[in-house]
Design a binder for this molecule. Structure first.
Ligand code: HEM
Length: 149
């Protein structure tokens, strides 16, 4: 079988090439997804203020998020950050994550081919659940013995 390397840099070129083929995703689609999604987030009355309070340098945030989705969706290894501490102390509940996921699903469905949309939505749902757990843990004092009363 011939191996065609992906058109984007990747720490795991064979895996990335296979994922691109399976999902129809590429770096350009992910870039479009991230930019359109955060346009919606910034205009959203629930999520907009939470982001506005933390993010001043939007171009840097968007570049980081393209690298994140490239790593998550295509296993390129481009993202080297730490999402959990970035979210643990945000003033959010599951309602915020639910809204985030609604906007993400809408954007992914518009921007990605169907298999690619399903791929990124499944991953976003999983990560949202784990970030929400981190927020909850932090709110009740991470590492502390839970009160049994
Ligand atoms: C309630 C929903 C969410 C809110 C309000 C939120 C808000 C934020 C904010 C304000 C930052 C910037 C933190 C900083 O630089 O100080 C951030 C970063 C980030 N968010 Fe979210 N987020 C949400 C959900 C998600 C979800 C579901 C994902 C993944 C699927 C995600 C992935 C990331 C990543 C990768 C970063 C960059 C972390 C870093 O490397 O510094 N976020 N988010």
């Amino acid at each position: 079988m011939t191996f065609n390397p992906p058109s984007i840099p990747s720490a795991r070129p064979a895996v990335t090439a296979a994922l691109m083929q399976e999902t129809g995703l590429d770096e350009g689609i992910l870039r479009n997804l991230v930019h359109r999604f955060y346009d919606r987030v910034r205009a959203d009355e629930v999520l907009g203020p939470v982001f506005a309070a933390r993010i001043t340098d939007w171009p840097t945030h968007l570049e980081r998020m393209v690298a994140f989705w490239s790593s998550v969706a295509l296993m390129t290894g481009r993202y080297h950050g730490a999402p959990v501490p970035a979210h643990a102390t945000l003033p959010v509940t599951w309602a915020h994550f639910d809204r985030w996921l609604d906007l993400f699903r809408q954007t992914a469905t518009e921007v990605c081919p169907p298999a690619g949309a399903a791929h990124v939505i499944e991953r976003a749902e999983r990560i949202a659940r784990s970030l929400h757990m981190a927020v909850e843990d932090s709110a009740c004092g991470a590492g502390m013995t839970p009160s049994l009363r």
